[in-house]
Design a protein around this ligand. Structure first.
Ligand code: OGA
Ligand code: NI
Length: 333
């Protein structure tokens, strides 16, 4: 404890925000967003029986945007609604109930309720609290970080995890085929059935100065892929051709980010997307990304079938845990 939660700060910030949340002019969303254009990231129908068409669409989106939305993805809308309902209910509990799930001080793991994730650009803080816990595979789950209240939290999260496999497998299959690999090779390169699904709930309280603050500063995800569902408050932005654009939500779609590990395995053919999140003056934003990640001790590098003398590896192979450590600590090795 001893950490100030943004949710509490928001309760007494009615007109202004503490200085440490004010971004530099290079980052302030009001100054750096392309106005009047909503980014139309590709929308892909996963139920289309023409698999070649789906592969082409995913290859195009992953090479040019690093982001797309999928519809008819097979996760029942009711399952997503229930995931969101219990996550929101957790953050609406009184502070002491949430603190029972706080990330233990000094813990090596990312799991738990918390506020500050990584060393921030120029000491600035992000307008967000979060809860992290793994939802797959069962052997990796620490129920200590799963809220017991609301009582249906566990059931609803387990149901979401169970329904995710179909989408995850389909996405990896298409990404793999799109590189000229066998359908299973991309998933195998990420750990196969040992892939880890790490859920994060981002809770962005209403903010009196959404023009000056950011919910999450610009970053690419370290994961293989990220599958995100938002509440109905817009705020996700993607960087394309050096400009920031709002990403328009499509009802019931899942937002897919290509993460660093897919970029690495594809030897740079697919691009991890640079993105950030804005906050809202009147409404609380909430989002539920699931980071689909290799197991921490798996070494990830460009796929051997994609490199040769003419196409040398563009990335070093590293254990996933080492990759994350280097990126979070901004050390090159
Ligand atoms: C993240 C992230 C975006 C959002 O948590 O990595 O990019 O819309 N979130 O909340
Ligand atoms: Ni992200």
């Amino acid at each position: 404890m001893g950490v100030e939660r943004v949710q509490e700060i928001a309760n007494f910030s009615k007109e202004t925000i503490p200085e440490e949340f004010i971004r530099t002019t290079y980052e302030q969303p009001a100054l750096t967003t392309v106005q009047g254009t909503v980014l139309e990231v590709p929308v892909i129908d996963l139920s289309d029986p023409d698999e070649e068409k789906v592969v082409r669409a995913i290859v195009d989106a992953s090479s040019n945007w690093g982001m797309f939305q999928v519809v008819n993805h097979g996760i029942p809308h009711e399952t997503v609604r229930k995931l969101k309902e219990v996550g929101k209910a957790f953050f609406e509990l009184p502070p002491h109930e949430k603190e029972a799930y706080a990330k233990p001080p000094g813990s090596q793991s990312i799991e738990g309720y918390g506020t500050k994730l990584q060393r921030e650009v120029e000491g600035k803080k992000a307008w967000v609290d979060h809860l992290f816990h793994k939802i797959w595979p069962p052997s990796e789950i620490n129920y200590q970080f799963w809220p017991k209240n609301p009582p249906s939290y566990r059931k609803n999260n387990e149901e979401y995890a169970k329904h995710m496999h179909g989408v995850v497998d389909k996405l990896f299959r298409c990404l793999s085929l799109g590189l000229g690999l066998e359908g299973n090779e991309m998933k195998e390169a990420m750990g196969g059935d040992n892939l880890v699904y790490l859920l994060k709930i981002n809770y962005y309280p209403q903010c009196p100065r959404p023009d000056l603050a950011l919910g999450v500063p610009a970053h690419t995800d370290m994961s293989a892929i990220t599958i995100l569902v938002p509440n109905d408050v817009q705020g996700l932005q993607a960087c394309k051709d050096d400009h920031w654009y709002d990403v328009e939500y499509i009802p019931n779609a899942l937002i897919v980010h290509i993460g660093d590990q897919v970029e690495i395995v594809s030897n740079g053919k697919y691009k991890s997307v640079l993105h950030r999140a804005k906050v809202n003056k009147e409404k609380t934003r909430i989002s539920w990304p699931v980071f689909v990640e290799p197991p921490s001790d798996l070494e990830v590098g460009p796929h051997p079938k994609l490199v040769n003398e003419a196409n040398p590896p563009k990335f070093k192979s590293k254990k996933y845990s080492q990759y994350c450590f280097c990126k979070l600590n901004k050390t090159p090795e």
